[in-house]
Design a protein around this ligand. Structure first.
Ligand SMILES: NC(=O)C1=CN([C@@H]2O[C@H](COP(=O)(O)OP(=O)(O)OC[C@H]3O[C@@H](n4cnc5c(N)ncnc54)[C@H](OP(=O)(O)O)[C@@H]3O)[C@@H](O)[C@H]2O)C=CC1
Ligand SMILES: O=C(O)C1=N[C@H](C(=O)O)C[C@H](O)C1
Length: 234
């Protein structure tokens, strides 16, 4: 993702690349940049963010693994240092953002909802940040609609067979050679099912969303913005 961002920033007419860095590089190389884009690893992203906020640099973050606990930590960092904004997007694909939005809209109408995410086998985290966020959105929509837990008669189960539970929604993670990033949200009610599927065919697909974030992060109304939805008017 880092290499794609470098290409996209260099190709765009209104952005200029200051530096692209890997784990072995000094962070000081990015000093002077207005915005830093972080696609690294869930284990190191908080440390990078702490450094960026301390140095007053706006951050656009694609790295996955942001649960409520980590987001609260980011809010704490921002409260302690006026100035920079942080945009964290579980998925920069515009179609992926729409898929999450459509899933949240559909959720109140279905008794059952489960998520299947499919990724390349080099992915470090499971479930994906996108699946996690989709489950949270569906869970919140179900709760607001007063839905009961989805029916499930399972009494005997190999651990993991029914996936992980996020906000009461089952999430199943597949790691398949040849795939990039894909997700199906499967809804069901009596006599009808609805499947919403999103596919990222390549890593370039995330770049329009990343550039949108880079252009807008400094002027966002909140210090911390989660998701691209508000930037897309959703
Ligand atoms: N939000 C979105 O739309 C998307 C999010 N992602 C997420 O982005 C993250 C990265 O994915 P991907 O690019 O595939 O992963 P890769 O493993 O291919 O790349 C990670 C990069 O981060 C670098 N890195 C690791 N630690 C640091 C550090 N402390 N400082 C600077 N650089 C560091 C690595 O450098 P080195 O090579 O030296 O180890 C490597 O270049 C994942 O969490 C993934 O889930 C991915 C795609 C889309
Ligand atoms: O690691 C990936 O590849 C991706 N990670 C993000 C996630 O965890 O949701 C976004 C996209 O699915 C690609």
């Amino acid at each position: 993702m880092g290499s794609e961002v470098v290409k996209a920033v260099e190709a765009a007419e209104d952005t200029e690349l200051v530096a692209g860095i890997d784990s072995a590089d000094e962070r000081d190389k990015v000093l002077g940049a207005d915005v830093v884009v972080d696609f690294t690893h869930p284990d190191v992203v908080m440390d990078n963010l702490r450094w960026l906020v301390d140095h007053g640099i706006h951050a656009v973050v694609g790295t996955s693994g942001f649960d409520e606990g980590k987001l609260a930590e980011v809010r704490g960092l921002l409260d302690a240092r006026p100035g920079p904004n942080v945009l964290i997007a579980p998925n920069f694909g515009i179609a992926a953002v729409l898929m999450m939005n459509f899933a949240a809209k559909a959720a109140p109408y279905f008794e059952s909802a489960e998520i299947v995410e499919l990724h390349h086998p080099k992915k470090a985290d499971a479930p994906s940040g996108t699946a996690y966020r989709t489950a949270e959105l569906i869970g919140a929509a179900r709760a607001e609609a007063g839905l009961a837990p989805a029916p499930d008669a399972t009494t005997s189960e190999l651990p993991g067979a029914r996936g992980a539970q996020v906000a009461g929604v089952r999430v199943h993670a597949l790691r398949i050679t040849g795939m990039i990033a894909h997700q199906e949200v499967v809804f069901g009610t009596h006599g009808e099912t609805l499947t919403i599927r999103h596919d990222s065919m390549n890593r370039e697909s995330f770049m329009p969303g990343v550039l949108l974030g880079v252009r807008r992060v400094a002027s966002l109304p909140d210090r911390l913005t989660v998701g691209l939805e508000s930037l897309l008017g959703l």
